[in-house]
Design a protein around this ligand. Structure first.
Ligand SMILES: OC[C@@H]1[C@@H](O)[C@H](O)[C@@H](O)c2nc(CNc3ccccc3)cn21
Length: 446
């Protein structure tokens, strides 16, 4: 392990990540408005076991304890998201000062513990009031997002200098509007291109506003996968191209080149009546970094019945996590090198990487060797990327705490800290202790 710390630059930002709806709870407190995830999780049949984020990790009431635990573990960077409906219960208009106060106090607590905040403005919890006006299908939502971002920049921008506009707009678009397995639960492929465009437009508007207000760094986080063909057959190579457009270049291209990939039109044709003059220039705002959420590669075979014309292939004997995702750290290196050579030397931050496994509490401990091994393999792959010239500036474990895993509720645990949801007790897992030891070695070496 010690040799690993030498392979990362001195100012590399090691951290942990969470998201508001997944950990906060307190959904009806201090003036918070409803989000689309409150509505979705309370809709029968949408979430495994009928779980909701009503309480989650009760982080809204345990914030100081949680920040203190990060500090005890030697964590010096924390990525969290802000709940838009805590700030604007109706999505726009009347601000909720008690909602702003929570994030103000969280920021101050982090800085007191010498933990650098990385703030995500949108991690899927759209105010329900905006969904009732069309949500991301409505172009107005992009401008409401800009106004929300400006309000948060104004409140926290003197102390928060690292910002992410959106977490995984692909998931909001596809899981939320095509597959229906995420909020708002729509199955309308014909609106997907418009939803993605409005999400990207809101990103560009927020970045443009930040350039007038702030002196820090701002980027976007995309969930990206290297895409490998299952064979060298022509149809599998075609599947690779279309799947890559659907999962990766649909969002990478507009953000970095101001264009949409032509391959996408084969699988999601659209009449571009929703693209206004200047939109793509706005979306292509220069960024300070690209956030990459990496969990696993995609190996694909041709399947015209799938929207991307590709099905995922899991090789026999290939190790998988309890999400069914392959464990392949080299995929991270392959992905970062591709981004670097296709989109230029944009600084990269791994804003999420982690694994869910079945955790068992034994004598008050959790011996999660598989998760620890997963993480260490990916740190090695990240070092390989840096050694091959990719400017990686940070890495955030998903997640600090076990939390509400969207449609899977509390059935999947990604945390390096175990949460007993009956008692809200936090127990640092072996992977969390290993991370702490690694961080200590890193800071001692540098
Ligand atoms: O699933 C684990 C995490 C999730 O808890 C985070 O909120 C989210 O940002 C997140 N993104 C991925 C990777 N992308 C993905 C999204 C939907 C289905 C499968 C993978 C994993 N995760």
């Amino acid at each position: 392990m010690t040799s690993l710390v030498k392979r990362f630059p001195r100012h590399f930002a090691w951290g942990v990540a969470t998201a508001s709806y997944q950990i906060e709870g307190a959904v009806n407190e201090d003036g918070r408005g409803a989000s689309i995830w409150d509505v979705f999780s309370h809709t029968p049949g949408k979430i495994l076991h009928g779980d909701t984020g009503d309480i989650a990790c009760d982080h809204y009431h345990r914030m100081r304890e949680d920040v203190n635990l990060m500090s005890q573990l030697g964590i010096s960077n924390y990525r969290f998201s802000i709940s838009w409906p805590r700030i604007f219960p109706m999505g726009y208009g009347q601000k909720n000062s008690r909602g702003l106060d929570f994030y103000d106090q969280l920021t101050d607590q982090l800085l007191q513990e010498n933990i650098e905040p990385l703030v995500t403005l949108y991690h899927w919890d759209l105010p329900q009031a905006l969904q009732e006006k069309g949500g991301w299908i409505n172009r107005d939502t992009a401008f409401y997002f800009r106004d929300y971002a400006v309000t948060v920049f104004d409140k926290l921008g003197d102390r928060v200098h690292n910002w992410i506009t959106h977490n995984e707009p692909w998931v909001t678009t596809v899981a939320g509007h095509i597959q229906g397995r995420h909020a708002p639960g729509l199955k309308q492929p014909n609106v997907a291109r418009k939803v993605a465009h409005h999400l990207l437009l809101s990103h560009g508007l927020a970045v443009e506003s930040y350039r007038d207000m702030g002196k820090g760094r701002i980027g976007i986080t995309l969930n990206l996968h290297p895409v490998y063909p299952a064979s060298s057959r022509e149809e599998d190579l075609t599947a690779q191209q279309l799947h890559d457009a659907f999962h990766n270049t649909w969002f990478l291209d507009p953000v970095f080149t101001g264009t949409y990939p032509e391959e996408l039109d084969e699988i999601l044709p659209f009449d571009n009546d929703f693209i206004a003059e200047g939109d793509l220039n706005l979306i292509q705002q220069p960024l300070d970094f690209l956030g990459v959420n990496y969990y696993a590669p995609h190996r694909v075979r041709w399947n015209p019945d799938e929207i991307s014309h590709a099905s995922l292939v899991i090789l026999p004997e290939e190790p998988i996590t309890s999400m069914g995702w392959p464990v392949d750290a080299k995929g991270l290196t392959d992905l970062l090198i591709r981004i670097h050579y296709d989109y230029g030397p944009i600084p990269i931050i791994i804003t999420e990487n982690g694994a869910a496994y079945e955790d068992v509490v034994e004598d008050g401990q959790i011996h999660d060797a598989l998760r620890q091994h997963y993480l260490e393999m990916h740190w090695d792959a990240l070092a390989n990327s840096i050694e091959q010239g990719v400017p990686v500036h940070g890495y955030y474990v998903w997640s600090f705490l076990d939390n509400f895993e969207w449609a899977l509720g509390y059935s999947k645990r990604f945390g390096i800290v175990y949460v007993d949801y009956l008692t809200q007790q936090r127990i640092v897992k072996d992977s969390g202790l290993a991370y702490s030891r690694f961080l200590r070695e890193f800071y001692e070496y540098h």
